[in-house]
Design a protein around this ligand. Structure first.
Ligand code: ZN
Length: 226
């Protein structure tokens, strides 16, 4: 069964000392994808995980692994992440001078091709590659800065991307990432988002990971029954 709206917990906020258990809990609680935030300490200040962690996740779960590459020259690592078991590879417009080629390369590796915009990048930067994208990700925080604040212009930016996707008849997922919680998720859905990355709202939920996922799912459902 495929949900119309995807919840993709970002393991960035998981307890890495028991990552396997955390991922299995997400799966049992109905998470659709596992989101892996890869940061290189150059494109973004933080430094996180590489293909090894993706490989580890692949052994634990059959859920799609949604790998978000916040790294310079991502083209150097596409094959390594694909081999590690990534289902989708999402690259930043800001890091890819040959974006059209890079998206084609991702597809030729058998992965879904995703493209992502930082909050400061005009939506128009996607125009010439939109038809190639299986997923468009709109960052709703500035990536890689811990405790980054939710960027409220993101609602309008998501709506703008939705308009452009609909205009070309694209069925690409429209994903949001950064500060997503049960309070803002329904407005994101109304703006046109279909996939929701959540880190803190899932893994740091006071009643635990499973309740965190349920709270997001309930919040999306509430919108649908209005
Ligand atoms: Zn991400």
């Amino acid at each position: 069964m495929t949900n119309k709206y995807v919840i993709a917990p970002s393991i960035l906020s998981a307890d890495f000392s028991r990552l396997g258990e955390e991922i299995r809990t997400c799966e049992a609680a109905g998470a659709d994808w596992i989101h892996v935030d890869v940061m290189d300490g150059h494109f973004v200040p933080n430094l996180t995980m590489g293909p090894f962690i993706v490989e580890h996740c692949r052994r634990i779960t059959n859920l799609p692994l949604d790998v978000h590459l916040m790294i310079e020259k991502p083209e150097r690592y596409l094959e390594a992440f694909a081999k590690a078991g990534a289902s989708g590879l999402t690259v930043h417009v800001e890091t890819c001078p040959h974006l059209h080629q890079t998206l084609q390369d991702i597809k030729s590796l058998g992965c879904k091709a995703g493209v992502v915009l930082n909050p400061g990048t005009p939506v128009g930067a996607l125009e010439s590659v939109l038809h190639l994208a299986d997923l468009v990700l709109v960052m709703s925080v500035n990536p890689g800065y811990s405790g980054g604040k939710f960027v409220s212009e993101s609602f309008a930016r998501v709506a703008e991307v939705r308009k452009r996707l609909d205009a070309i008849g694209s069925s690409a997922w429209l994903e949001v990432d950064g500060g997503i919680n049960p309070e803002n998720i329904s407005r994101m859905r109304d703006s046109g988002a279909t996939a929701f990355v959540a880190a803190t709202a899932v893994f740091k939920h006071p009643q635990g990971t499973a309740v965190g996922i349920k709270a997001l799912r309930d919040a999306i459902a509430r919108v649908e029954t209005r």
